[in-house]
Design a protein around this ligand. Structure first.
Ligand code: HEC
Length: 312
């Protein structure tokens, strides 16, 4: 008997065995579900995935690079009349170009486009002076002056406070000449430059050497004295009949340091009281044992006499 269409099994397994290719037709629904599941998993974790794709901020070890103060030759910064200097002239711009070449093109590029080789790795990139918007401090005279005075250190723009103010105004006019319509300062803003930086007074910049070099110079200067002290301390071995010497030997952890410090401060240890005061302030820093603090009056005098004689 022929089966009527409404009783035909929904899924005819005999059919399926005859043409197994059909199986794939049924399996696509599982793939769809699997894809949907994976999609939901992805959407669920989108937050974490997004976070991971942002380069993590590398916290630098601030103790790793110790910034030293720069070498600086002494100079006198001549006084400047702000009212005159704030007016642009062809001479000022020409001077500005010279100073710009010497100090700025490495980052800001020959034409102020912010494309200098040293600026390529900086973020933010050095300012393109032709662009009007997006300045951190701004393109007014007073604003650029502040940029040059203080720098924008966090963004890699250095301070150029050692440049004479007249050269800074020259630079300012050059930079502003790159813009078709640079923003104007109000009269108060120009006057405030004078009040803030006392430009009409001029100033003296003292010479300065990096601390690192200063330490080297100091060590070299004292090397001869140190050597003689070391030789002297080295020659004092074995028992000594002098009770002051004996006391010093017993108490000094670092005899050379102690004698060097006392020599440097010999004005303070002329009297025994002064000596006691100096030693009591920090015996360990002076290379002595803390037990020095329990000496009696007579022992202090002996120790003082010895140190004064040796630290001459
Ligand atoms: C070591 C690279 C470097 C050097 C050298 C340098 N700059 Fe910059 N400068 C920068 C960077 C980076 C910025 C961008 C700072 C920012 O976006 O806040 C910048 C920004 C500026 C700005 C715009 C500040 C603002 O308000 O956005 C001025 C003006 C400027 N520099 C002037 C100078 C002058 C003039 C010199 C030379 C005397 C100079 N710079 C030398 C890196 C440098």
């Amino acid at each position: 008997m022929e089966q009527s269409p409404q009783f035909k099994e929904e899924m005819d397994f005999r059919d399926l065995l005859r043409a197994p290719g059909k199986l794939f037709g049924y399996s696509y629904i599982y793939f769809l579900l699997l894809l949907l599941g994976l999609g939901m998993l992805y959407a669920w974790n989108l937050n974490a995935i997004g976070k991971n794709s942002i380069v993590p901020l590398v916290l630098s070890d601030s103790s790793a690079f110790v910034k030293d103060i720069p070498l600086q030759s002494p100079s006198v910064l001549p006084p400047v009349d702000v009212q005159v200097a704030s007016k642009s002239t062809p001479e000022l711009i020409a001077r500005g170009r010279e100073v710009f070449k010497a100090n700025c093109i490495s980052c800001h590029g020959e034409d102020g486009l912010g494309d200098g080789p040293a600026g390529l790795t900086l973020n933010p990139r050095p300012r393109n002076f032709h662009q009007a918007g997006g300045w951190t401090n701004g393109a007014k005279i007073s604003e650029i002056y502040r940029t040059l005075q203080e720098g924008i250190v966090k963004n890699g723009m250095a301070s150029f406070s050692y440049l004479p103010p007249s050269d800074r105004f020259a630079l300012i006019h050059l930079i502003r000449s790159f813009q078709p319509a640079p923003p104007a300062d109000t009269e108060q803003e120009i006057a405030l430059l004078e009040t803030t930086y006392q430009l009409s007074k001029g100033s003296v910049i003292p010479a300065q050497i990096p601390v690192h070099d200063a330490i080297k110079h100091l060590v070299a200067e004292h090397a001869a004295a140190q050597d003689s002290l070391k030789a002297f301390v080295g020659s004092h071995t074995g028992q000594s009949p002098d009770p002051g010497t004996e006391l010093f030997r017993k108490l000094a952890v670092n005899p050379v340091r102690c004698l060097t410090a006392c020599r440097a401060r010999r004005d303070e240890i002329v009297s025994t009281e002064g000596f006691v005061r100096l030693v009591s302030s920090d015996p360990v820093a002076l290379g002595l044992r803390p037990s020095v603090l329990s000496l009696d009056q007579q022992e202090w005098s002996l120790l003082h006499a010895y140190v004064v004689a040796e630290a001459r």
